[in-house]
Design a protein around this ligand. Structure first.
Ligand code: GDP
Ligand code: MN
Length: 382
């Protein structure tokens, strides 16, 4: 789950990472009130779950309440890379002497958290990595050993930060950011820019945090931050039903058991010349209720023209899945074509159960590729 800048800053604040005081606003009038409350110059910032807001005109300085109201009016409703601005963060403006970059994320290859720090902040980090890789200092943290301050010193020297006061403040921020990362079960905590003010104060001017969805059950406060309005309604519905579902753009609805098989199913539909409508993983089971829930989600997408059921029976038995499919079809009114490929444990029995029941819109194919081709043809014919 991605957090908005203001939510990430709230998280930073809890761990003692310095941020500016600010207020949330959803209208220009609220932005004015926020500027009045804060006093002095403010910065009005679009809250959207994408970067590059500054360049897109979503970050504006305002010298007071009148100006903040006007700037807010210009930013609300803007479309930034496909995200419409509905919320603003109005914060006390900072004077900037330097813009650094600091982040911690997972390096999956190394199986360790990785810190990155550079004096070349403010721009996108991919650009720095490409054009000026030696300016980017990296530090892996052994998760068992935990974070050690001496390592952070190496990171700071590596980035070429030589002012002692900056070193001291950044050292403290790195330790706090690591705690924030670990204790929030985050997958990314990025500060870009990490600024130094003309007075030499270091603070986070922006935040980008991603929290592991699978850990949200132990972070009720963070889970609550999810913006239901901005989320895809189908994915929200799927989450409520407990179905693992990702919406895609095509016409062939996909249902597989197991994440690996479901991903292969997406691929094979593309190989067969079709476009997958979704990724959907039934999980290990194949019970009727699981099938009903998944089908309810998949068929809610009105772009879907056919459904491809790809089941491999390992621990799950194909005859049970077949019965689950029939029970589900009994309970639901689905008229669109459904193509089933069953293989693995008790596959013959499963196919026989489906053949005997023989609903008119149900097609059984022997292999994954045959089934994909059939599902694609049926989608195109519909
Ligand atoms: P992003 O473009 O989505 O990454 O949004 P940021 O929050 O990083 O802001 C973009 C840029 O706006 C920063 O790199 C700063 O240069 C500028 N900016 C943001 N806040 C302030 C502020 O308080 N004062 C000044 N002078 N500039 C700011
Ligand atoms: Mn930024």
């Amino acid at each position: 789950m991605d957090l908005y800048e203001y939510q990430g800053k709230e998280l930073f604040g809890r761990f003692g990472i310095p941020v500016s005081d600010g207020r949330l606003a959803t209208t220009a009038a609220e932005a004015r009130a926020a500027a009045e409350a804060l006093g002095g110059p403010v910065v009005v910032k679009a809250q959207v779950l994408t970067g590059g807001r500054g360049k897109a005109g979503g970050v504006k300085l305002a010298d007071g309440p009148d100006d903040a109201e006007e700037k807010a009016g210009g930013i609300l409703g803007l479309d930034i890379r496909g995200h419409v601005v509905r919320k603003l963060w109005v914060e006390r403006a900072s004077d900037i002497a330097k813009e650094y970059y600091l982040s911690v994320t997972f390096d999956r290859g190394a199986k360790q958290p990785l810190f990155m720090l550079t004096r070349e902040g403010g721009v996108e980090i991919e650009q720095v990595a490409e054009e000026n890789p030696e300016a980017l200092a990296r530090l892996h943290v052994d998760p068992l050993e935990g974070f050690q301050p001496y390592q952070a010193r190496r990171l700071i020297y590596g980035a070429g930060i030589d002012d002692p006061s900056e070193q001291k403040q950044i050292l403290a921020i790195i330790g706090k950011l690591y705690r924030c990362f670990v204790e929030s079960d985050a997958m990314l905590c990025e500060i870009n820019p990490l600024i130094v003010t003309p007075d030499g104060e270091v603070k986070a001017l922006d935040s980008k945090c991603t929290v592991d969805d699978s850990a949200l059950f132990r972070h009720a406060d963070i889970a609550k931050m999810r913006d239901v309005e901005a989320a895809d309604p189908l994915e929200t519905f799927a989450r409520e039903k407990g179905v693992t579902y990702v919406k895609l753009d095509g016409e062939v609805g996909i249902l597989g058991n197991g994440a690996g098989l479901s991903m292969s199913t997406v691929d094979v539909v593309v190989v067969a010349g079709g476009r997958p409508a979704n990724f959907c993983d039934l999980g290990g089971g194949g019970d009727a209720q699981g099938v009903v829930d998944a089908l309810e989600v998949i068929t809610r997408d009105d772009q879907v023209r056919s459904i491809f059921f790809n089941i491999f029976g390992g621990i799950t038995r194909c005859d049970e899945v077949a019965r689950g499919i029939l029970t589900a079809l009994d309970q639901m009114q689905i008229t669109m074509p459904i193509v089933v490929r069953l293989d693995g444990t008790n596959a013959d029995e499963g196919r026989k159960i489906l053949a005997d029941a023989a609903p008119a819109n149900l097609h059984v194919e022997p292999t994954m590729l045959d089934a994909a081709q059939r599902a694609v043809e049926l989608a195109q014919a519909a």
